[in-house]
Design a protein around this ligand. Structure first.
Ligand code: TYD
Length: 138
């Protein structure tokens, strides 16, 4: 599996009796320029999100609150991770199929993205994704 295409990113935590504080600095903690931040919330526990890959976009996905499962697939094999620590984000590079589900009640997923929203960057058909991966490998 291509670990350069996804890996965990650890963020700092400032802990004191008033609680925890975590911060993210562009150019320091994330390996791309942060062009967009979006978050998923009010997600029903039986909902499935994602189900696509991006041609060029890079992202880092955090469970800011609660937990959820993410399955990543590079076209050769699938791997699943549980996100539940707000200090640990999963970097998901381009051309990685990803699916998210099993959101806990009240979970919030925050995503840092390398580009603006662009529907033409999405690959929403799994067979097309596999074909593109195979072409890339040829
Ligand atoms: P989508 O990326 O398919 O959601 P998810 O991967 O979380 O399941 O996006 C759902 C809808 O929201 C789709 O119509 C596109 C829109 N959208 C935006 O307009 N801007 C954004 O930044 C994102 C991420 C989605």
């Amino acid at each position: 599996m291509n670990s350069q295409k996804f890996h965990f990113i650890d963020l700092p935590r400032i802990h004191d009796p008033r609680g925890d504080l975590t911060f993210i600095e562009g150019g320091r903690h994330v390996p791309f320029h942060i062009a967009r931040v979006y978050y998923l919330y009010n997600v029903p526990v039986d909902a499935e999100r994602g189900g696509h890959a991006h041609r060029n976009l890079h992202q880092v996905i955090f469970a800011i609150s609660g937990s959820f499962r993410i399955v990543v697939d590079d076209g050769r094999e699938r791997q699943e991770f549980w996100l539940r620590d707000p200090r640990k984000g999963l970097y998901v590079g381009n051309m990685i199929w990803h699916e998210m589900d099993s959101f806990s009640q009240g979970a919030v997923a925050m995503v840092l993205a390398s580009g603006s929203y662009d529907e033409t960057d999405y690959i929403r058909d799994y067979d097309e994704f596999l074909q593109l991966v195979r072409k890339g490998m040829a």
